[in-house]
Design a protein around this ligand. Structure first.
Ligand code: AMP
Ligand code: FE
Ligand code: FE
Ligand code: ZN
Length: 270
């Protein structure tokens, strides 16, 4: 079984609609995907509808909640949530408002840096519930300010960059509580190795797992994260965090060997 448990769609900052994502997953040979858009679960039902029509893949519900931990931004994956649960809806509504304000503030930063761009230049898909830096990066490319998406991040938008404004999410404790209330399993998305110091503390708050396997991670780092996760009593997961750019979906995947424990928690027979 091939799985990819961290994917974005046009409901946040991905390039593919849920229907296109399902088609790409089938073309790439994936048996199971999790739709994990930033701060919204609205793309799950459309993905499931498309998967029912196409006869696969199996679609797990997910969301990647923007949270804060000691003033630093952390991302929390909620697997197996009820996408319509009020705790997730409240999180999404708050996030959407903050993200709109943040977009305007980042455009103002760019203007102060001499970049001619307006909020209206930023193309937002009608379905999008979660505006992010990738939308702004694409607009900068579209307006000819920078030649490539990566250059937009390198010059302006990367963490610490001159037009970057951090996303201010609720405390991670609230995120874990929202995921748990919605019947889901809370997993720390793409932590750095130094974050391992916090694993035990977050486990005490209800964290269940850690995303230890990613396409770009060094094997030694994945192993160290896995070791730290196990020590803290947390399970390990993996996902590509694919947003629609090459390489193709399915060229990287995880198997039950790595994510079997999570599958067990989600009630998938092994
Ligand atoms: P935001 O949620 O607005 O802070 O944007 C975060 C998203 O921007 C991530 O999920 C990635 O899709 C993208 N991103 C963040 N940093 C970079 C980077 N250095 N290069 C390319 N994309 C990035
Ligand atoms: Fe993203
Ligand atoms: Fe993330
Ligand atoms: Zn992500």
């Amino acid at each position: 079984m091939r799985l990819d448990l961290h994917l974005h769609t046009t409901y946040s900052d991905g390039l593919l609609t849920p229907r296109e994502l399902v088609a790409a997953a089938n073309a790439g040979g994936l048996d199971v995907i999790a739709v994990t858009d930033h701060d919204t679960a609205a793309g799950i039902e459309p993905a499931r509808a498309a998967a029912r029509e196409a006869g696969g893949p199996r679609v797990f519900a997910g969301a990647e909640l923007t949270c804060s931990l000691d003033g630093e931004e952390v991302h929390l994956l909620g697997y197996g949530i009820d996408p319509t649960h009020p705790a997730i809806a409240a999180f999404a509504a708050r996030g959407a408002d903050l993200r709109r304000e943040r977009l305007a503030a980042m455009v103002a930063r760019l203007n102060a840096l001499g970049v001619r761009l307006t909020v209206d230049d930023v193309e937002i898909e009608p379905d999008c519930r979660s505006i992010g830096r990738p939308h702004l990066a694409r607009a900068l490319v579209g307006r000819g300010v920078v030649p490539t998406f990566q250059e937009a991040f390198a010059r302006f938008l990367a963490d610490g960059g001159p037009a970057w404004i951090p996303s201010r999410g609720p405390d991670v404790q609230e995120g874990i509580a929202a995921v748990s209330a919605a019947g889901g399993v809370a997993v720390w998305a793409h932590p750095a190795l130094e974050d391992a110091r916090q694993f035990a503390r977050l486990r005490g708050l209800g964290l269940v797992g850690v995303e230890t396997l990613r396409p770009r991670s060094e094997p030694a780092e994945s192993l160290a994260l896995e070791h730290a996760a196990r020590e803290a009593g947390l399970l390990c997961t993996g996902g590509s965090d694919w947003h629609g750019a090459p390489p193709a979906l399915g060229s990287w995947y995880v198997t039950e060997r790595h994510v079997g424990e999570l599958l067990g928690r989600l009630g998938v027979p092994s």
